[in-house]
Write a protein that binds this ligand. Structure first.
Ligand code: DI6
Ligand code: FE
Length: 408
């Protein structure tokens, strides 16, 4: 057993500015939090720890949680982006072999090591800003072999870096060209072959589906959910991104962890999500990059008390983003979320969206000791700056994973 006391911190256990504890201590026993509170109240049994760290009065928050990413994919779509800027339509680009198909081709072609190297760079960028837990979806393979390759890469990333990675199987992301006109047959493959095999290999923590006119309909989405539930896997959904398909109501009936995007979500969907305890994951990067103008129904989500999470949606087509802090800025500027709301969105609510609200995402006794000490004067700076590095120290499972402090 090892006991560490972190002292001289301004502690925001839930990342909420109104709950800040001045001159706080955090006691870590091995990888978990044993005690936290005002330094003056530190129990005597913790006064002779194995180790003490002084954080110099820095603000400390929970480690950040990025609950929706497509981090593992081949190549990028920068040339396509340039074509769009020059006036080409999405359809024209797709006809020239661009769009999601080009990412699927690149992902199928690259070796596992190459995919790993590309994803690792993006992971490192996210972690450098204080991300200690992240979700990674498959969905750019769309065949058994490549979906397995992508999920193995996600598991390898978790071995290589001090970060908690939750994997999500998104086989139902798009229809691969070899199944053109046969979407139901592809869903059979997803449900009857891919999902059980990948689950048996321990590669799946949750199952996602893209429910949209350009992807899969409600009936197909429900088949994916039924297959997931038969395997005991929790579900989530890319829902109401471009139109209201009623996906959130369906997902809630399967007690989805989250529904994500949600620009076209209506009150019926919100009520269903509230009843099911489903988190609303908002993705300002995709909203911005697609120049979407329909805002997610933030006021209605507030009115019904649905927890809101914020995430990067890091992906090559609609959100080539590796900064969760930038998403805080965009979540507040574009979606009019408050500072406490966006901060809850990348901590407690994001952890709930991953299905482990009692493990990480807030600093509480028995939770994992995942936290960040920041070089800021006020918590609102985490939302305000656009790109300034502010991360001083990151601790994950009780151990320092990043230390940017200047030597004294
Ligand atoms: N919604 C999106 O915005 C991305 N996937 C999804 O389900 C788009 C993915 C891509 O274009 O590569
Ligand atoms: Fe996504």
């Amino acid at each position: 057993m090892s006991l560490t006391v972190w002292k001289n911190l301004r502690l925001a256990p839930t990342a909420n500015p109104s709950e800040m504890i001045a001159d706080a201590c955090l006691v870590v026993e091995n990888d978990r939090i044993a005690w936290l509170g005002a330094a003056a109240d530190l129990p005597s049994k913790y006064q002779q720890p194995d180790k003490t760290h002084d954080l110099g009065g820095r603000i400390v928050t929970p480690g950040l949680v990025d609950c929706h990413t497509h981090l593992v994919y081949g190549s990028n779509r920068a040339r396509e982006f340039a074509m769009r800027l020059a006036g080409a339509s999405y359809t024209e680009i797709a006809q020239q072999g661009g769009g999601i198909v080009s990412t699927v081709n690149a992902t199928r072609t690259l070796s596992e090591d190459q995919l790993y190297e590309q994803a690792l760079r993006r992971l490192d960028a996210l972690m450098a800003e204080g991300v200690t837990a992240i979700e990674i979806k498959s969905g750019y393979g769309l065949d058994l072999e490549t979906e397995a390759k992508a999920l193995r890469v996600a598991r390898r990333l978790a071995q290589a870096r001090p970060v908690t990675i939750s994997t999500t199987f998104l086989g139902a992301h798009a229809l691969p060209h070899e199944y053109a006109g046969r979407a139901d047959d592809y869903i059979d493959l997803v449900c009857q072959t891919m999902m059980p095999k990948l689950a048996a290999e321990g590669l799946i923590d949750a199952v996602d589906v893209f429910c949209e006119h350009i992807a899969f309909n409600l009936e197909q989405s429900e088949r994916v959910f039924q297959a997931a539930h038969a395997l005991g896997l929790p579900v989530k959904m890319h829902a109401e991104q471009m139109s209201n398909m009623g996906g959130s109501v369906l997902a809630s009936s399967y007690r989805a962890l989250s529904t994500d995007h949600l620009e076209y979500l209506d009150e019926a969907g919100i009520k269903a999500m509230k009843a099911a305890g489903t988190v609303a994951v908002l993705l300002p990067g995709a909203y911005y990059f697609l120049r979407e103008t329909q805002l997610p129904p933030v006021d209605l989500l507030r009115k019904h008390g649905v927890p809101i999470a914020i995430s990067t949606d890091s992906n090559p087509g609609t959100s080539p983003c590796t900064s969760l802090l930038l998403m805080l800025n965009m979540g507040s500027t574009l979606f009019r979320l408050s500072v406490p709301e966006v901060l809850a969105g990348v901590t407690q609510h994001a952890a709930k969206a991953l299905g482990h609200p009692n493990v990480t995402g807030q600093l509480a006794v028995n939770h994992k000791a995942d936290f960040v000490a920041w070089d800021i004067e006020d918590l609102s700076e985490l939302v305000y700056w656009m790109g300034l590095p502010r991360c001083a120290v990151v601790v994950r499972h009780g151990a320092i994973s990043i230390d940017n402090r200047k030597p004294e």
